[in-house]
Design a binder for this molecule. Sequence first.
Ligand SMILES: [Zn+2]
Length: 310
Amino acid sequence: MQRRQFAKLLSAGAATLALNAIPGGAGAKPQVAVTMDDFNLFGETDAEKLENSRAILAALRSRSNLKAAAFICGQRVNSELGKRVLQAWNDAGHTIANHTYSHWYYHRRSVEEFEADILRCEEIIKNYPRFTKRFRFPMLKEGDTAVRRDKLRAFLKERGYKMGYVTIDASDWYVDERLSARLKQNPKADLSGYRQFYLDHIWERAVYYDDLSRRALDRSVKHTLLIHHNLLNKLFLGDLLAMFEHKGWELIDATEAFTDPVFAAEPKILPAGESIIWALAKESGKFDRDLRYPGEDSVYEKAKMDTLGL
Ligand SMILES: [Zn+2]
């Protein structure tokens, strides 16, 4: 990261990060786990798709055998190839969790339709030994009315599910979209700018959500970073994990992160959703100036990427 960009981050709140204080205190070393959503199988041939997924697994393995949580969108792995990919993730010790079958916006579907879609995904993933009843809403959108929000929460509890909340939300999917478009245009394109943008973007969002956690909850939670099973992470996940370590953050397994009590919180905001830190800050009513809606989206990154010619 360039000095100028780092100075900007400092002024944006990173100055509150003291990395050498006592664990659990206001300046404790932040901890972060990887959670990976959707499982788009990307690549030209089946062999290439499998190989791409293996490259992401290798990046996790290279950081002390780090264990992630995979939030699976059923329709994207409902194939022989999908089964092989899931089996590989299972066998490598990563958690397999539910992200619905169809990846619908809950806001646009009936409660019954959406519940059926959750169970449809469960059918596909339930026999993997690493399957865990943990659920994440597509687009992190949990309901636009109190009735719909609470009905789904009750349904998930009845079925034995816990929430798979994100604490650090980001737009890696958008960086991936633009990187993939560039490669289509020019397979030999220089990707170093995308790499740097991705690292800077995730770091900026990690600092923002960790700072918000310290201010709204008086502590740094065990973070769950949301990223996706995509080409961007095939290329740069290893660099991303190295960056967190270099900045003094501790990489932890997803199962360890989900022991944090923050994941049992039930913020009563509307529309419901976003990062759990965002939602709890919103519920407190004290941080409205710092809370854009939605928390993350391509619109926040587009102009920056345009300017950089990415
Ligand atoms: Zn998703």
